[in-house]
Design a binder for this molecule. Structure first.
Ligand SMILES: Nc1ncnc2c1ncn2[C@@H]1O[C@H](COP(=O)(O)OP(=O)(O)O)[C@@H](O)[C@H]1O
Ligand SMILES: [Mg+2]
Length: 359
C-alpha cells in the first residue's frame, strides 16, 4: 500500500500542509522542534487513530485553534481510498472513508503503518506498561477488535477497583466483575499470545540476520496458550488472590499486570544485553511487524522511521535500509542527509520542514 498524499490543517504546529507522497522512499529533513515527528505522528494517527505521544485528542489541535483535520489518499489493492479524520473541540471526532462517515473500528482496518521511533529503542529498558503498549498497538494493526476488548477490560477493572475501595465490598458483585474480567481478560491474553507466537518466527530470523552470535527469543508472562486454559488459570488466580486484592483494595490479577520477557541465549535481555543488543532486538521486532502484517493482509504497511537512523550504527542502519523491501513505502525523518549513502539519496523524494511548513 502507498500513502499518495497527506493534508494537515491545524494539526500540532502545522497550520496547512499538503504533501505529495507518491514515492517509494521519502525523507523529511528539518532541525529540532520543526514538526518532523508531528508529521509522522499524523500519518500514524491517520492509520490507527492513536498516537504513542498522547491519548488526549485535544493535544493535536494547534495552540489557539479549535479544530484539526488530517486527510490523505491511500492506494491499496489497485484502488484509491480517501481517509479523513476531523475534530472540533466541542464535538466527538468524525472519521471518513471515501467521504462517508464510518465507525473507528471499520476505519482502522484500512490503512496499516509501522512506526519506529527513538522512543521504541528504549522498549527493553522501559516499564511493563511500555511493553504492553507496544504489543497492543502492534496487535491492533492486525486484529482491530483488540482495542475494543482493552477498553472494555479497563472499564470493568475501574468498576472493580471502585468496589474494592468502597467501605464494604459486596462479595457477589465482586464475583460478577471477576467473571467479566476472566472473559475479556482471557481473550486479551489469548490474542497477545497468538500475535507473539506469529511474530516470533519473523523476529528470530531478523535478529540472526543482524547478529548470529547469540540466539534471540521472547515470551509472554502468562504461561497458558489456549483460551480455555487461560480462562481457567485466571479464575483460579483470582480466587487464590482474592484476600490480597481485598487487602490492597485494587485489582492485582489480569493482563494489565502482564509483561513480555526477552532472552538472548536464554538470559534475560533486559538485564544482561548491551545497548547494541537492545537495539538489535527492537530493530528485529519492528522488521518482523512489517513481515507479519504483509503476510496477514497481503500487502506491505507503510513504514515510518522517526529519527532512528541516527541512533543506529552503520551495521544496523545498513541492515535496516537493505531489508526494507522495495515494495514498502518508507517515510523517514532526519536532521540532515549526511547519514544516507549517495545511492540511496538518488532514489528518494526529499522534503524540508521549518516551523511547521514545508519549505
Ligand atoms: N498542539 C500544538 N500546537 C502547536 N504546536 C505544537 C502542538 N503540539 C506540539 N507543538 C510544537 O511542535 C514542535 C515539535 O514538533 P516535533 O514534530 O516534535 O519536532 P521535531 O522536528 O523535532 O520532530 C514543538 O515546537 C511543539 O511546541
Ligand atoms: Mg522528532
Amino acid at each position: 500500500m502507498r500513502l499518495k498524499s497527506l493534508k494537515l490543517n491545524n494539526y500540532r504546529n502545522c497550520r496547512d500542509i499538503s504533501m505529495d507522497l507518491d514515492y517509494d522512499k521519502i525523507i523529511i529533513i528539518g532541525k529540532n522542534a520543526q514538526g518532523k515527528t508531528n508529521i509522522l505522528e499524523s500519518i500514524y494517527y491517520l492509520s490507527s487513530l492513536k498516537s504513542p505521544r498522547t491519548s488526549n485528542i485535544k493535544d493535536f489541535v494547534k495552540f489557539g485553534e479549535s479544530d484539526f483535520k488530517v486527510s490523505g489518499e491511500l492506494f491499496k489493492s489497485d484502488t484509491d481510498i480517501s481517509l479523513e479524520v476531523e475534530y472540533n473541540l466541542d464535538k466527538p471526532k468524525t472519521v471518513k472513508l471515501n467521504g462517508l462517515k464510518t465507525t473507528p473500528k471499520n476505519y482502522k482496518s484500512v490503512f496499516n503503518t509501522v512506526l519506529f521511533s527513538t522512543q521504541d529503542l528504549l522498549l527493553l529498558r522501559g516499564t511493563p506498561q511500555d511493553r504492553r503498549d507496544w504489543l497492543d498497538s502492534a496487535i491492533a494493526q492486525i486484529y482491530p477488535t483488540h482495542d475494543e476488548r482493552l477498553t472494555k477490560y479497563s472499564k470493568i477493572r475501574v468498576q472493580k477497583n471502585n468496589l474494592l475501595k468502597s467501605e464494604e465490598t459486596d462479595n457477589s458483585l465482586l464475583d460478577v466483575f471477576n467473571e467479566q474480567l476472566v472473559i475479556t481478560g482471557s481473550n486479551i491474553i489469548y490474542t497477545r499470545q497468538k500475535f507473539l507466537s506469529e511474530l516470533k518466527k519473523f523476529a528470530i530470523d531478523k535478529y540472526s540476520g543482524i547478529s548470529s552470535s547469540e540466539k534471540f527469543s521472547f515470551e509472554y508472562s502468562f504461561p497458558h496458550f489456549e483460551l480455555e486454559d487461560i480462562a481457567q488459570a485466571l479464575r483460579e488466580e483470582l480466587s487464590e488472590r482474592r484476600a490480597e486484592e481485598l487487602a490492597r483494595r485494587q485489582a492485582c490479577v489480569g493482563p494489565h499486570r502482564d509483561d513480555i520477557f526477552f532472552y538472548l541465549d536464554g538470559s534475560d535481555a533486559t538485564k544482561f544485553a548491551s545497548q547494541g543488543q537492545h537495539r538489535t532486538v527492537v530493530l528485529a521486532l519492528k522488521l518482523a511487524e512489517i513481515d507479519l502484517i504483509t503476510q496477514k493482509k497481503g500487502y506491505s504497511p507503510v513504514l515510518l522511521l522517526d529519527d532512528v537512523l541516527a541512533e543506529l550504527d552503520d551495521l544496523r542502519q545498513n541492515y535496516l535500509l537493505k531489508s526494507i523491501a522495495s515494495t514498502t513505502q518508507t517515510i523517514i525523518t532526519s536532521v540532515d542527509t549526511l547519514l544516507f549513502e549517495q545511492d540511496f539519496l538518488r532514489n528518494v523524494k526529499i522534503y524540508n520542514i521549518s516551523n511547521g511548513e514545508i519549505v
